[in-house]
Design a protein around this ligand. Structure first.
Ligand code: AMP
Ligand code: MG
Length: 480
């Protein structure tokens, strides 16, 4: 590994140095060797992956640390939070010379654990491991993971479950909530911290007339792009608290997430989300709310004489959110539909297709694949309101008439995954892993590595359809 420690150069009030506390009887779960190669792990690092991913081996080049941050959880100020069960154990260069954080989740309690035990259970580790892998393969900016380990040590949740650790990789673990913590508890650190964030993550902004405003704009744009990509693949994060969004707009900290199956935009995938704040359909507006809330923490960077103007300029930065989101979403939806993005009726037609999926409770992923394969009759056969589908199809074919449909069809192939991580797929892999059989994790890992490519030898019928509507959903909730 090529170490490039930079977080430890920040003021020590922002973190607590601490060693991982390994679980008893740690054993291999799964290792992402391709990612380890990308991260320039040596043969020896790879040979020691179980020790590294279980907290038994740390590195002289980097002292593990827990970050402090704060946040708004479910819309309420939650005060100080922080890495309560994860440690930053290294910052290293990948093959592209980009700095990547290695964050060991489930590594034991820290001063920020509050009431928690500092641990993660195998179930939630496998969910995050597979989803991070799936999102990366779907080209959605996201954390990933080099590997996870399980253990013989039980961790108490509603029942006793196997404890586990996961080595997460991300281009950034600085959350919107870092700024909230600083603003609330150590405002004198704001200037230097912001400067470092710009240098590390948005160096191009240093050249701008006002680097802070340029930085704010880029954070807002990147977040809008990320949310557009979530919507397009049907990903619902489930816990979009301000402590779970980072400043680079790469997906972080997803546990109770869900990939949309039957199209229900108001689906509550996180069972701790009693009011449905974080449903799929709310994600763009919640991101906007989080960013608005975040911008307030930058106000103290104004000089006394330009405070009012600076406040207005920060508010103006937020004006970039909606157009960036809409442009990315519309473009992506048109690609998925095989429609020309410049045509005035394309977006409308896309919405009409989504309305059919919603009213007929059709599977989101499969409906696009059927459209791509021109299986119009098959879609219509699944519709109760066949006339609604017919009128959509007329509009659809009208728009495509006289267009370069070969190019549009080719774009569809790269925009419509065949495979997503359905909750019941993850659940089956978890149940087997809890019996020390990781073959289903391995199978899903392979399948989700190439979600756009048909893999007849790897896929199973269950991967291709939602559960029957009378089978109860898998229940997933926060912080397990
Ligand atoms: P999450 O909902 O997973 O993003 O977690 C919210 C906050 O609770 C973060 O500060 C976590 O570090 C902390 N947390 C979650 N689970 C645990 C746990 N088992 N032990 C200690 N802290 C935890
Ligand atoms: Mg979190």
């Amino acid at each position: 590994m090529k170490f490039t420690p930079r977080y430890p150069s920040l003021n020590p009030k922002l973190y607590h140095e601490q060693m991982p506390a390994p679980l008893k009887g740690a054993k291999a779960g799964h290792f992402n060797e391709a990612l380890a190669d990308e991260l320039q792990w040596s043969e020896q690092d790879k040979a020691e992956w179980v020790e590294i991913c279980s907290g038994q081996k740390t590195f002289a080049e980097f002292h593990p640390l827990a970050m402090v941050y704060a946040g708004h959880q479910f819309g309420q100020w939650a005060g100080q939070l922080g890495d309560g069960r994860g440690l930053l154990i290294a910052q290293i260069l990948n093959k592209n010379n980009q700095t990547i954080d290695l964050h060991l989740k489930g590594a034991g309690s820290t001063p920020y654990s509050r009431m928690g035990d500092g641990r993660a259970v195998l179930r939630s580790v496998i969910r995050e491991y597979l989803a991070g892998h799936a999102l990366n393969a779907l080209d959605v900016p996201s954390s990933n993971s080099v590997g996870f380990t399980t253990s013989e040590q039980g961790v108490q949740r509603e029942k006793l479950e196997p404890g586990a650790m996961m080595l997460r990789t991300s281009d950034c673990h600085i959350r919107l909530g870092h700024f909230e913590w600083i603003n609330q508890y150590q405002p004198e650190l704001l200037k230097e911290f912001t400067q470092k964030c710009i240098e590390w993550h948005y160096p191009e902004c240093l050249k701008a007339e006002n680097p802070v405003l340029a930085f704010a704009t880029r954070v807002i744009q990147n977040t809008a792009v990320m949310i557009a990509r979530w919507q397009l693949v049907g990903f619902a994060h489930g816990v979009m608290n301000t402590d779970n969004l980072n400043i680079t707009g790469s997906t972080l900290d997803f546990g109770p997430y869900g990939f949309m199956e039957r199209f229900r935009p108001n689906w509550i995938n996180n069972h701790s989300d009693y009011n449905g704040r974080y449903t799929y359909q709310n994600q763009p507006s919640i991101a906007h709310w989080n960013l608005w809330n975040w911008l307030n923490n930058l106000i103290p960077l104004a000089t006394p004489e330009n405070k009012e103007q600076f406040k207005q300029e920060l508010a103006d930065c937020l004006e970039h959110f909606e157009p960036t989101f809409l442009e990315n979403y519309t473009h992506g939806l048109c690609q998925k539909m095989g429609l020309p993005a410049f045509h005035k009726d394309s977006f409308d037609c896309g919405m009409a297709f989504l309305r059919i999926m919603q009213s007929e409770q059709l599977d989101y992923t499969n409906s696009f694949i059927r459209l791509q394969n021109k299986k119009y009759e098959a879609i219509k056969d699944d519709c109760l309101d066949r006339r609604q589908f017919e009128s959509f199809l007329t509009q659809y074919e009208n728009i495509r008439e006289n267009q370069d449909t070969d190019t549009l069809d080719a774009e569809m192939l790269n925009a419509n995954p065949l495979y997503i991580l359905r909750n019941h797929m993850a659940q089956k892999a978890i149940e087997q892993a809890e019996r020390d059989d990781f073959s289903e994790v391995e199978r899903l890992f392979t399948l989700l590595s190439q979600p756009f490519t048909k893999q007849p030898d790897v896929e199973r019928a269950e991967d291709l359809a939602p559960l029957a509507s009378d089978i109860p959903e898998v229940m997933v909730s926060c912080s397990s």
